[in-house]
Design a protein around this ligand. Structure first.
Ligand code: NZQ
Ligand code: ZN
Length: 387
């Protein structure tokens, strides 16, 4: 096991009706909040009214910025930064999913910076300060509600890039599984795929003697797999929605990566796809992850055998370990298909036109991934495998 420091300060408030305490929680960080949200799902569900009422009850002044798109854009982030500076905002409240939360985080670091906020995303500036962020989560998926990361798309050049810093972890996150009842099944499935991928990125490590985190990863994966069909077939099943919502946070709050080095190649390879084609991140991962697995499994067949056996209950064939490993990959792919995810680029009408460009952009600052470092040619081959 590697040495590690684990610190995740986000206060998680979980359960039915918990969004009603948002005013109290937000007031703790000041009396002027930027209320940030997406394209309107929160108005349709009534959550917007609940949040506004709760903030007003606590005397919190609201400045609003809605309109965050999935794959959030830097242009809106810049608008948010300007609002924060103009109104001397104390904190940002993100009501929505990963896109809204990531946009809020980018605004929060930009609010204390004199240059252009994109500087953080292309490595020209380091995070030193960040406005406090609160979250009311509406979709379990990205895990951004407790993570220190933000992923933003720059329309200029179709770059989708990430920044991460402990200071960017939200101060509090309200998780009410009931708020996810209104999710369309496709978004639910994309969320499930994303959280599974967050665990797999951590699971495929070169670190030995990480039994506890291996088993925590496997338990979380199994829980997600066991509940995925239920949340899709019965969107108002509280028990299943609750398991999925908490699993989505656990998948990405960094407890599962303690003492081990994760891979993250598949995420970077996917970000190039959603950067250019604007597909949903989870759907992109359902396509890229199995292709990545097929490309790298020979690097550590035993780890893939363990995955096949413990997560997918594949019987180990001691005479043919590769066969067992491949069966685990096949099961992963079949599971993604079974919840309605695409597993090839052609299913989302993406051809090979931009493969070379995406592979080049992905590796322009060096090889990607830690399990097996991938160079431009490898990334290109993975896009080919995902065709
Ligand atoms: O915009 P609205 O109208 O709210 O609709 C959203 C959006 O269209 C809708 N939605 C959300 N909650 C809903 C709902 N519709 C009905 N009922 C509800 N309760 O769902 C759509 C997708 O929302 P989005 O926020 O984009 O989803 P998600 O949480 O999957 O976030 C995806 C983004 O997170 C990034 C991804 O790259 C992507 O840009 N990620 C962020 C990470 C992080 N910060 O740590 C890690 C992840 O790996 C990921 O890269
Ligand atoms: Zn992800």
């Amino acid at each position: 096991m590697e040495n590690f420091v684990f610190q995740n300060r986000t206060k998680v408030i979980f359960g039915k009706d918990q969004e009603q305490v948002v005013g109290q929680e937000a007031a703790f960080f000041g009396k002027k909040v930027l209320l940030h949200y997406g394209g309107g799902s929160i108005k349709k569900s009534g959550l917007y009214d609940t949040v506004v009422e709760s903030l007003k009850e606590e005397g919190v002044e609201i400045v609003e910025l809605g309109g965050v798109l999935p794959n959030p854009r830097v242009s809106l982030v810049r608008d948010g930064v300007n609002l924060c500076k103009e109104h001397q905002i104390d904190s940002i409240l993100a009501v929505g999913g990963g896109s809204v939360i990531d946009s809020a985080k980018a605004i929060a670091i930009g609010a204390h910076y004199d240059g252009d906020v994109w500087d953080f995303f292309d490595g020209k500036a380091e995070v030193t300060d960040c406005l406090p962020i609160g979250v009311v989560l509406t979709i379990p998926a990205a895990g951004s509600e407790t993570s220190g990361g933000s992923v933003i798309t720059n329309e200029d050049g179709a770059y989708k890039r990430a920044v991460g810093h402990d200071k960017m972890r939200p101060e509090f996150a309200i998780l009410n599984p009931v708020l996810s009842y209104t999710l369309p099944s496709y978004q639910t499935a994309c969320g499930v795929t994303d959280m599974i991928s967050h665990i797999l990125e951590r699971y495929f490590t070169n670190e030995k003697n990480v039994e506890l985190t291996d088993r925590l990863c496997e338990a979380t994966l199994k829980t997600i797999i066991n509940n995925a069909h239920t949340v899709i077939d019965e969107p108002t099943n509280y028990a299943a929605r609750a398991e999925i919502m908490w699993a989505g946070t656990i998948a990405h709050n960094d407890s599962l990566s303690t003492g081990r080095v994760g891979d993250w190649g598949s995420h970077d390879i996917e970000h190039e796809v959603s950067g250019i084609y604007d597909i949903t991140h989870g759907a992109g991962l359902a396509i890229i992850f199995p292709a990545w697995m097929k490309y790298v499994y020979k690097h550590d067949v035993n780890r893939f055998v363990q995955f096949a056996n413990r997560v997918w209950d594949v019987e180990i064939d001691l005479n043919d370990l590769e066969k067992t490993a491949l069966k685990g990959i096949q099961k992963t792919e079949q599971f993604f298909s079974s919840i309605g995810m695409p597993v090839t680029l052609s299913e989302v009408d993406i051809d090979d036109k931009h493969f070379a460009e995406m592979a080049k952009k992905c590796t322009e600052k060096g090889p990607k991934g830690n399990f097996v470092p991938l160079h431009e040619e490898d990334v290109f081959n993975i896009y080919e495998l995902a065709k």
